[in-house]
Each structure stands twice: as C-alpha cells, then as structure tokens.
Design a binder for this molecule. Structure first.
Ligand code: NDP
Ligand code: BG6
Length: 515
C-alpha cells in the first residue's frame, strides 16, 4: 500500500503536515450519509492535498460487502455527489486503500477482528497510525459501538502524542437527557474528552462559521444586538425533501430530535451567546453552554403553549403531487412523529429578556431554506406615522445559511419622486458573487478539524445535556399525547396554521423565508 504514495497526487497530500497518518473507520458505511457526504468529503480533502500521505478508509456494516464492491460504491457516490468531478486517475491510486469490514455493532468478536485488520494496516505502513472512528449509524447503536471500541482496545490513548484514537459521533446524540447522559458516561469510561467529537454538520457550514465574524468583527451590529433594539429572532431550517428512504430512522426521531434539538439550537446559541474571550474551542463552547442555561423551560400547555408540532399530508412540491407522511415507506400507520416543529424560546439574561426566539424546522415545506432573521424594533413613530403614505418595514438582518448563502439587510427608503413615500428595500451580500461558489462542504471542514485535533466546531458533553434538558419535557409530553394535538400541513406549504398563531399571540408573523 505504501507504494501508492509515490503518485504525485498522494505526494501532494503529504504537504499538509497537520493531519497525522490515519485509518478512518466509518460505522454505517452502507448508509445515506456516507454515500452523499462522507466519501465525497474525504475525496475533496484529498483533492486539496489535505489528507495525510498515509490514509486508509474502512467501511463497516452488518452485511458483508467485498472490498471491491465497496470501492465501486464509493466511485459511484463520487460521480454522483462530489462537488468536483471525479478524476479517475487520482481515484485509481486512492482505491487500494479503501476496504470494507463486515460485523455487527454489538458483536465483540467483530471488533476484535476489526482491530486485527487495523493493526495489520499499521504494520504494513511501518509507522503508528491515528485510528479515527466515525459513527454514522442510527443513534440506537451508538452505545454498543462505543462499548465495543472500549472493550476491544481500539480506543487507544497514546498519551502525549497526536495519535490517540478519535471518535466522531453523529447526531442526534441520544434520544433525551437520560440517554445523552448515559452516552456521555460510556464515552468518559472509554475515552478522554479530547478524543471525542460530537458532530453537528451545521457548525461546519461557511455561513454558520461567519456568524461569529459578522457579530464580533464588525462594530455596527453588536451595539444593536440586544433587547433594546431587537424585536424578535426567527430561525428557520426548512426542507422541501420528505423522509425518502429514511423512514425507519426518521420515525424514531421526528423533526425535534432530527433538526431542532441540534442544528437549529446551535444556530440559536451562536446568534445569542456573549462574545467568547477567545476563538479557542473551550471559550466558544463555554459561552454556548452559558446561553443554553439561560433559556427558560418551554410552556407546554394552555394558551401560552410555546410549541407546535405537525405532520405533512399529501400536497404539491414544485407542481408534482407528493404523498403524505403516513404513505411514506416504513412509516407505521399509528405514527405520531412530527415532521414539523415550531417553538418559542425565552432567554432570561441581561441581553435578551423579553425578546422571543422563534425556531421552526420541517420536511416537505415550500422550499429548502435555512436562515436566521434578526428583526429590529421600529423607530419612534413621529415622522413617518401616516399609514396611507408610509409603509415602514422593521429593519431585518437575514443571515441566509443556505441556499444562496449571504446576508441581506432590509431597510426603508424614499421612493424617488416629488412626494415623500417609502418602500422597504434590500441590501444583499452574496458569497457566490464575492468569493465564488465552489466552497468546501461542511463535512470536509469538520473531518479535517477532527483529524488535526481541533474541536472548536464540535459539541461538548455538557452542551448536549443542557440542550436535551430543554427538549426532554416537550418530547415526553408529546409522546404521552400521541396523535392528540398533532397538526397537519400539506406538502409544499409553510407549515400548519397553529404555527402562525403561535406568533400572532405576540403580534409577530413568520417571515417569508428566503432572500
Ligand atoms: P441510514 O439510515 O442510512 O443508516 C446508516 C447505516 O446504519 C445503514 O446503512 C445500516 O448499515 C445501519 N443501520 C440502519 N438501521 C439500523 C438499525 N436499526 N440498527 C443497526 N444498524 C442500522 O442513516 P444515515 O446514513 O442517513 O445517517 C446516519 C447518521 O448520520 C444518523 O445518526 C443521522 O442522524 C446522521 N445524519 C444524517 C444525515 C443525512 O443527510 N443522511 C445528515 C446529518 C446527520 P448496515 O445495515 O450495513 O449495518
Ligand atoms: C440531517 C438530518 O442532520 O440534516 C436530515 O438528519 C436533514 O434529515 C439534513 O435532511 C439536512 O442537512 P442540510 O445540510 O442539507 O441542511
């Protein structure tokens, strides 16, 4: 295998001194995430010379797949999903270092065999290798995988070197507070915290990373970023896709566990937290935890209930009829799983008291768009108060996470002419226009960070527990209610009416999300 390093491409890889020689094992490698995101991310890191010169990939799953078949699957995935075209010459030199190992996730013997295979790769390489384990399975098997990594001795510590084993754990990290605590306990038994990377790929998106720059590298926003000027904050993570072939996983999760508790909550934390003392991992994570701790428990009953859940029914997506959730593959006929959630959070701290933070996320909505909208208060209504002439919009700063990444500022302007009349106008900054459009995918950045040991964009154990603490009572109450109170919305809409009413209670309404 080491002779592949003579190829100019692989020699290029070694230019990146940061990442130590690595074997990465992906658990759940026959799945959707591996095909669409992980394999393309590794390939694109390679194209940018960011993989170590000695690099091996092993897929792991329950069904036996010969190495050659897994290599062919990877090649097919790269042709379909890589952001840059597949270069067959380069791939031909990477391919021999790609293999597959079959075994159960709860089978200690399979883990012992995996260890033997990894040690053989290490021996052939003639040097110590970093063992990196990526758990990309449904959360129900996170626990046995972590336990088996520990008991088989694969969680190597290698104290004082950068070759300690590392483990990346996908979201959702547990199902509720108790299971998150249990996972954290198992992790602490087998690994040191610095070996553990709880991933939330939203943190790897360019626009999400830009949030800190926007807030703290510009002097014009931060003075206004508080209860004196902000009327409300709306965070939308909307998808037009349905559950597709992932019904088995999704029905166990729902929009709350799949999106709100993690991706959307990370957006909230970065939007609302105080300035960290540095850009170091601990400083940023400390501020996020502090913010999460200031969030008030959701009100779950009565007129002021802070939460709405709904399931999509049949409807039209881009003019084409789409089935309702209950007609999707692998969905039980009595499913009460929500495919949409809308929440109103209150943050009881000096900066934000009284400012509602609205979060919504759902599948099969009108379009795919993720954004954070900061809606500012109106100025005193003295000069432009005549509603027949002036239609003043609230200034709104929209951070568009995807697609069409950028920032838009909505403000009021005089309409040219002899009369004084106003109209809302938009100032746009677009990433693609300024920086070009072929930026790295979130998974590229995050896998690289993990390989070189930078945990800034990963989630700490206490952070995930604090977040689950906010969501667990809600999930328990919904589970108890079953389908009672579960709303419905047609595919292709913006969600249920009940979500609009949630905002009407405080004289707000959802923005029509998008640039
Ligand atoms: P899949 O449903 O595709 O499952 C991945 C693999 O896990 C399967 O191929 C299968 O492998 C194994 N598996 C599936 N169901 C079970 C089960 N009940 N028990 C044991 N093993 C099972 O998941 P995804 O790839 O979509 O997601 C993996 C993880 O990544 C999840 O935690 C998800 O939340 C997260 N994620 C997914 C994203 C996506 O877009 N797909 C995006 C961000 C995060 P085999 O049968 O070969 O063992
Ligand atoms: C994943 C969810 O975490 O994020 C999926 O499991 C969802 O259900 C996906 O589709 C959305 O990610 P992105 O990057 O396409 O917004």
């Amino acid at each position: 295998m080491s002779d592949t390093a003579r190829h100019p491409f692989l020699e290029g890889l070694s230019k990146h001194r940061g990442a130590p020689p690595t074997v990465i094992v992906i658990f759940g490698a026959s799945g959707d995430l591996t095909s669409r995101k992980l394999v393309p991310a590794l390939y694109n890191l390679g194209l940018d010379s960011l993989l170590p010169s000695e690099f091996h990939l092993l897929g792991y799953g329950r069904k036996p797949i010969p190495d050659e078949e897994f290599q062919a699957n990877c090649e097919r995935d790269l042709e379909k999903f890589s952001r840059r075209p597949l270069n067959k010459d380069i791939w031909g030199h990477v391919k021999p270092n790609v293999g597959y190992h079959a075994g159960g996730y709860d089978d200690p013997k399979a883990f012992t065999e995996l260890k033997e295979r990894m040690l053989k790769i290490e021996k052939e390489a003639g040097r110590d290798l970093q063992f990196l384990f990526y758990i990309s399975t449904p959360p129900s098997v996170f626990k046995p995988i972590l336990e088996n990594l520990g008991s088989s001795g694969l969680a190597r510590h290698h104290d004082g070197t950068d070759l300690a084993s590392k483990v990346i754990i996908e979201k959702p990290f547990g199902r509720d507070l108790d299971t998150a605590k249990e996972l954290n306990r198992i992790i602490t038994d087998q690994f040191h915290e610095h070996q553990v990377y709880r991933i939330d790929h939203y943190l790897g998106k360019e626009t999400v990373q830009d949030l800190l720059v926007l807030r703290f590298a510009n002097s014009i926003f931060e003075p206004l970023w508080n209860r004196n000027y902000v009327d409300c904050v709306q965070i939308t993570v909307a998808e037009s896709l349905g559950v597709g072939t992932r019904g088995g996983y999704y029905d166990q999760s729902g929009a709350t566990r799949d999106m709100l508790q993690n991706h959307t909550m990370q957006l909230l934390a970065l939007t609302a937290m105080e300035a960290p003392v540095s850009l170091g991992a601990e400083a940023i994570r400390d501020e996020k935890v502090k913010l999460l701790k200031a969030i008030q428990p959701l009100r779950l009953e009565g007129e002021n209930c802070d939460a709405v859940r709904a399931q999509y029914g049949e409807g039209l997506i881009d003019g084409v009829r789409a089935p309702g959730y209950m007609q999707e593959q692998d969905i039980p006929q009595d499913s009460s799983t929500e495919t949409y959630g809308a929440l109103r959070f209150s943050i009881d701290n000096w900066r934000w008291q009284g400012v509602p933070f609205y979060l919504r996320s759902g599948k099969r909505l009108a379009r795919r768009v993720s954004e954070i909208a900061i809606r500012f208060k109106q100025p005193p209504g003295i000069l432009f108060s005549d509603p027949t002439r002036f239609d003043l919009a609230n200034n709104t700063l929209v951070i568009q996470i995807q697609p069409d990444e950028g920032t838009t500022l909505l403000m009021n302007s005089k309409i040219p002419g002899l009369e004084t009349r106003t109209q809302a106008v938009k100032m746009h900054f677009r990433y693609a226009t300024t920086f070009g459009s072929n930026t790295p995918e979130a998974y590229e950045r995050l896998i690289l960070d993990c390989m070189i040991g930078d945990s800034t964009l990963f989630i700490r154990g206490d952070e995930t527990e604090t977040s689950w603490g906010l969501y667990t009572p809600l999930l328990e109450s919904w589970q108890e209610l079953g389908r009672k109170g579960l709303q419905s919305y047609p595919c292709g809409s913006w969600g249920p009416l009940a979500a609009d009413k949630l905002l009407w209670q405080s004289n707000h309404e959802w923005r029509r999300a998008g640039p």
